[in-house]
Ligand binder design. Structure first.
Ligand code: NAP
Length: 342
């Protein structure tokens, strides 16, 4: 069984049982770690070891040692959400990936170790994401799949229909996480519909995206079920301290969209990030993702290149120190890099 127990729950009792099973399993897995990784895992990660050895900067430990301990597919660390289910702390974004490119990227991302795949109805690529999942040959329960309800479908009835449409396009029977993409229109009606889908065991977790702290507070005052996540724009140039603190206080997981600011503001040649990367023998992308990870934020970087996909996974074998974190804090411009989406 995988780290991510993904059976759609049909009642809160079953959910509790699954949670307890998961907790026990996690304890057992911790015990088993000292016995080394299973042969099947070892074989499946072999390709990633070889590929990464070709181009990845090393950080003191050998590639084999570092990846053996930290980069197996099942060792992307998980976070337990406020409803008790676990989610990988690093995933793969698919915005702007379409058609055959999207199919290839999703299949490649899964083959190198990603287990969390993020899509949305508005990306127009749910069919391709579904085809990539199918092509990967992975068992459904090993994945954590997110999609989002677009603003045109806000409201109780339309949300139920839109959810089923997303499932049909993806070719899946359930989603691990369904988010309200933006707080527009009758999103409270949407939330009620999502609560019902969740209670009926058709979604494993429900959450929101692009909610300001006041909008989240408003929804939470109305909601029967608390959102597990708020997926928002956050990266080194937009650190979102107010949302960060509010989400922490409310036990709502913060998830970073555009964790590289989609390359804007010349992030990949930023001299401050480059200097920190040099110190740790890591790339700017790895420094950014490690920063998200150390803040406790789930990041979902997108890449169309397999080499980048692998590079972005190798962030669990180094640590940014206090002075690095302090220096990165000074990069905050406290404003969006996507004013056109306002
Ligand atoms: N909820 C929302 O409203 C919302 C909004 C936007 C995005 N999202 C989600 O968040 C995901 C990520 O955000 P994003 O797609 O906007 O952008 P992003 O992940 O911040 O950046 C993607 C860019 O970074 C480059 N890149 C990736 N890895 C790299 C590496 N190791 N070295 C150098 N360049 C690298 C990619 O180029 P290559 O392809 O060449 O690697 C691509 O140009 C989306 O795909 C989507 O799933 C959600």
């Amino acid at each position: 069984m995988d780290l991510f127990c993904s059976v759609p729950e049909s009642s809160s009792h079953l959910r509790k049982m699954l949670y307890l099973m998961q907790t026990n399993k996690n304890k057992m897995e911790k015990k088993n770690q000292s016995n080394g990784i299973k042969r099947r895992e070892f074989l499946r990660t072999g390709a990633a070891f070889a590929a990464s050895a070709l181009f990845l900067p090393l950080s003191g430990t050998t590639v084999f040692g570092a990846l053996n301990a930290n980069q197996t597919k099942k060792s992307i660390p998980a976070v337990t959400l406020n409803n008790g289910i676990t989610m990988p702390r690093l995933g793969f974004g698919t915005n702007t990936l379409n058609d055959s490119t999207c199919v290839r990227c999703v299949a490649e991302a899964i083959s190198v170790g990603y287990r969390l795949i993020d899509t949305a109805n508005i990306y127009g690529n749910e069919e391709s994401v579904g085809a990539g999942i199918k092509q990967s040959g992975i068992k459904r329960e090993e994945l954590f799949v997110t999609s989002k309800l677009w603003v045109d479908d806000a409201g109780y009835e339309s949300t139920k229909k839109a959810y089923q449409t997303s499932l049909n396009k993806l070719g899946l029977e359930y989603l691990d996480l369904y988010l309200i993409h933006r707080p527009r229109g009758d999103f409270k009606g949407s939330w009620k519909a999502m609560e019902e889908l969740y209670e009926a065991g058709k979604i494993r977790a429900i959450g929101v995206s692009n909610f300001e702290p006041e909008q989240l507070a408003d929804l939470m005052a109305y909601a029967k079920i608390k959102p597990v996540i708020n997926q928002i724009e956050t990266h080194v140039f937009f650190q979102e301290h107010i949302s960060y603190e509010a989400l922490k206080k409310n036990e709502v997981q913060m998830e970073a969209w555009s964790p590289f600011a989609a390359g804007r503001n010349e992030i990949f040649s930023n001299p401050t990030l480059a200097a920190i990367g040099k110190k740790h023998n890591k790339s700017i992308a790895q420094v950014c993702l490690r920063w998200h990870y150390q803040r406790g934020v789930v990041a979902i970087p997108r890449s169309s290149q397999k080499a980048h996909m692998i590079e972005n996974l190798v962030i669990f074998d180094f640590e940014l120190d206090e002075s690095d974190m302090h220096t990165i804090a000074t990069l905050d411009l406290n404003t969006t890099q996507f004013p056109e989406w306002g």
